[in-house]
Design a protein around this ligand. Structure first.
Ligand code: F6P
Length: 348
């Protein structure tokens, strides 16, 4: 069996551990031939591939990014011609299955191509942890660790200077990163895309802390916004499947708060540092298990499915259930209740 392997969307810590696990599992259990496709679906349409063998996937578990390269610039379903060329190339390469490591965009494309006869299995990848059907994607734990460390570091300045320090995380329209890292990093305020914040309430909380404790640390997700306000769009990259890039809400909030509190307010946008670097041990193990589960799906010829972790067990769901969906923080999520009960302000 000849199996293609590609990575789509943004890079993410743990991708290489998945590549290694899928490859080793297919080589040892199936005697399959594994073909690495460069730069995601773009490499598939352009026929850019390289063989993956024991040697090429050796020693990559601890490497951040993806050895295959990735892009979020090309959608094979965007035009009939792109679809035709992608399917023709896959057939010319003799691919009998493709494992796609990616986020919701990649899963949506994989599902579309699977419906046209190219068998896919998916592995959920994103630091945002917002993929439907799985309670965890690999990469999230590493990003959380980076944000937590950043929050620990700004605590020092917040306390020493008696400032309001705002830290902005990634996460698109989901608040998982800000919520979990905010709790881990002892933020006093956590603001999520799922809960529009009440600016006056937030300012009152900062003033109260000014009197009582001198400082406030705020962890805000890039997709958060004030009640009645708009999300902060950093740029629109036309021609991309997903053109909107969020960013900069920390600076908006800094100005809003500075007009309402006495102490100095400062903002830090963490940006792509959250996506870089070596995966944590947790993410390496999760990525390896996901990779092996994906190889098992290929072995069983259970295509058009994505591997999942649900209630602590590995399984899989149809790609149709994942495509074009986002997993949000539910308003009654236990972590929200916990946060509020220990005095963290969620802006509501
Ligand atoms: O989906 C992962 C993510 O890092 C988001 O948190 C962020 O909004 C986006 O990708 C940034 O994308 P890019 O690297 O294309 O700017």
């Amino acid at each position: 069996m000849r199996v293609g392997l590609l990575t789509g969307g943004g890079d993410c810590p743990g991708i290489n551990a998945v590549i290694r696990a899928v490859t080793k599992s297919l080589l040892s259990q199936n005697g399959a031939e594994v073909i690495g496709i460069e730069d995601g679906f773009l490499g598939l349409v352009e026929g850019r591939t390289r063989p993956l063998d024991w040697r090429s996937v050796s020693g990559i578990t601890a490497l951040g990014g993806t050895i295959l390269g990735t892009t979020n610039r090309f959608d094979p379903l965007a035009s009939a011609d792109a679809t035709r060329r992608t399917l023709a190339n896959a057939s010319e390469l003799g691919l009998q299955a493709v494992a796609a490591i990616g986020g919701d965009g990649t899963m949506t494309i994989a599902h579309g191509l699977a419906a046209l006869g190219l068998p896919f299995v998916g592995v959920p990848k994103t630091i945002d942890n917002d993929i439907e059907g799985t309670e965890r994607s690999f990469g999230f734990d590493t990003a959380m660790a980076t944000i937590t460390e950043a929050l620990d570091r700004v605590q020092t300045t917040a306390q020493s200077h008696g400032r309001v320090m705002i830290v902005e995380t990634m996460g698109r329209d989901a608040g998982w990163l800000a919520l979990e890292a905010g709790i881990a990093g002892a933020a006093d305020v956590i603001l999520l895309p799922e809960i529009d914040y009440d600016l006056e309430l937030l300012a009152a909380r900062c003033r109260e802390r000014e009197r009582r404790q001198r400082f406030t640390v705020i962890c805000i997700a890039e997709g958060a916004k004030a009640r009645g306000g708009q999300q902060s769009v950093e740029q629109r990259i036309e021609g991309r499947p997903d053109p909107v890039r969020l960013g900069g809400v920390a600076h908006v909030l800094r100005e809003q708060l500075q007009a309402r509190v006495t102490t100095e307010v400062r903002a830090t946008v963490l940006g792509h540092v959250q996506r870089g670097g070596a995966p944590t041990a947790f993410d390496r193990v999760l990525a390896t298990q996901f990779g092996n589960e994906a190889a098992m799906l290929v072995r069983q010829r259970r295509f058009d499915r994505m591997v999942t972790l649900a209630d602590g067990s590995f399984g899989s769901v149809p790609l149709a259930d994942v495509a074009a969906r986002t997993r949000h923080v539910a308003p009654d999520h236990p972590l929200l209740r916990c946060a509020e009960q220990i005095g963290i302000c969620l802006g509501r």
